[in-house]
Write a protein that binds this ligand. Structure first.
Ligand code: ZN
Ligand code: ZN
Length: 470
């Protein structure tokens, strides 16, 4: 197929215009990828001459626009060259892949289908495998394909051996989904949009971990993008560009891909977010329904805490001296960390929570925790124990609360957490907030709620700077 296309291109060049052969090739291509409809009956040969020239020209223009080419409506050399490259089987507006999105005109450069997954935690399974590579090579290529998306969004992926959200399979020719593969070259793979979860690779390709043949990790990254809801990009550098060009083993997603995945699933707070132009900071709080013990041996919801309350902290009880954040209306995503005792700690991803490491209490961000970590449980008598995390989930809830206590810690739902989040380490956080804690001892008339916000705003960056050296 590649050879045939090369010959066609030579004819075009020699004739200084599109030959009949290249027109037939282009017409077949444009019909196949949904740029125009095919009105022929089964017995007729394809013929560009029988098509209305304007519909062909419109289709070429659409193809050029979708693929970042100069829009002329002519079968230019670069247009034919691009058509001859191996590519993804997903079409421009495939009614079966995605019925609703096809009715809408694309406005953004990146585009996504009308659906996305409801959860940020998705499972995947690979079966059947290809024989081109070892099982572990296939798995690490596919893992890389997932990682570039999870690195830049709130998504987390886990490989399983049972029925998964995303099912990745290698097939040859017809494979019972109505989209038969075409042998070596041409279409490399295709994927269904959420929430179907099917990602298929053409096993007539020679899959590779290098430039020798088709780089599996790169194609996997592209198809996983579809599986998550992204459509093709017109940016030639984007992973979601429809045609395949080897990007090198260290490829990563491009700006256009990142904008798309962030819009669908929210950006990873540790990375630069394109939407806001800066890392997402500060929304680092507890849920309103978190339970806190007070020195009066009562239990209060987080939302009902008052300044001056003595609440349970790392070592006994500590005075609430202000609010770092408090917004009853704000809708926010919370990580729900469930421990062995069945108790849930609900915090935003940036929040620092206490975990046990090598017999020590350490603080790390909630989104960094895994099921291998142990939360620090403190019971009503102040006894500490470590409790393994059994489940991690993400939910959305209204209301965010971040009280600041005298010793910088607070026990919520019997789990120890830091009061801080805008800084990189709990220790540095405590150091930076020291002036505020002193002030609260000097005068009770000081407008603490307000000053805490100011200190968060102005000392936050200082703390981050200090955090670089911690
Ligand atoms: Zn594609
Ligand atoms: Zn398929």
């Amino acid at each position: 197929m590649k050879l045939a296309a090369t010959i066609l291109i030579c004819i075009v060049i020699s004739l200084d215009g599109a030959s009949i052969e290249s027109q037939l090739f282009a017409e077949k291509f444009l019909v196949r990828f949904n740029y125009m409809t095919d009105s022929r009956t089964n017995n007729q040969q394809p013929s560009a001459l029988k098509k209305s020239p304007s519909s062909m020209q419109t289709a070429i223009k659409d193809y050029q626009r979708d693929n970042g080419l100069v829009v002329t409506g002519d079968l230019s050399r670069e247009t034919l060259e691009l058509m001859s490259l191996p590519r993804c089987g997903n079409t421009r507006s495939d009614n079966i892949y995605d019925a609703i999105a096809s009715k809408r005109r694309r406005r953004r450069r990146y585009a996504f289908s009308s659906t996305k997954w409801n959860s940020d935690f998705l499972t995947y399974r690979v079966s059947p495998f290809t024989n081109d590579l070892s099982k572990s090579q296939v798995l690490s290529a596919i893992e890389k394909g997932f990682k570039i998306w999870s690195d830049h969004s709130m998504l987390k992926f886990k490989r399983v051996e049972y029925k998964a959200n995303l099912e990745l399979s290698f097939y040859k020719g017809s494979h019972q989904d109505g989209y038969a593969f075409d042998g070596k070259g041409g279409v490399l793979a295709h994927a269904f949009y959420p929430r179907t979860g099917l990602i298929h690779f053409d096993d007539d390709e020679l899959w590779s971990t290098s430039n020798n043949d088709i780089l599996l990790s790169q194609v996997a990254a592209h198809e996983i993008g579809h599986g998550l809801g992204l459509k093709h990009s017109s940016d030639k550098n984007a992973i979601m560009y429809a045609s395949y060009k080897y990007k090198g083993a260290n490829f990563n997603i491009e700006t256009d891909d990142r904008k798309g995945i962030e819009e669908l699933y929210g950006c990873n707070p540790t990375k630069k977010c394109y939407k806001e132009g800066k890392p997402k900071k500060g929304d680092s709080c507890f849920s309103p329904k978190g339970l806190v013990r007070t020195s009066k041996n009562e239990t209060k919801f987080m939302k009902d805490i008052d300044i001056g309350d003595l609440v349970q902290s790392e070592n006994g009880f500590s005075k609430v001296i202000g609010w770092l954040h408090r917004d009853e209306e704000k809708l926010e995503k919370f990580f729900v960390l469930k421990n062995e005792l069945g108790l849930n700690l609900k915090v935003t991803g940036e929040h620092l929570i206490a975990i046990e490491k090598d017999g020590q209490i350490q603080y790390q961000r909630a989104y960094e925790t895994t099921k291998r970590d142990f939360l620090i449980n403190i019971d009503e008598f102040g006894r500490k124990s470590r409790q393994k995390i059994t489940e991690i989930d993400v939910i959305e809830e209204k209301g965010i609360y971040a009280p600041l206590t005298d010793d910088g810690t607070i026990v919520v739902d019997s789990n120890l957490a830091s009061c801080y989040a805008v800084v990189n380490s709990h220790q540095i956080g405590h150091l930076v907030f020291t002036p505020l804690r002193w002030m609260s001892n000097w005068t009770s008339a000081f407008p603490l709620e307000h000053s805490a916000e100011l200190i968060t705003k102005y000392l936050g960056p200082v703390a981050e700077f200090l955090g670089m050296f911690s």
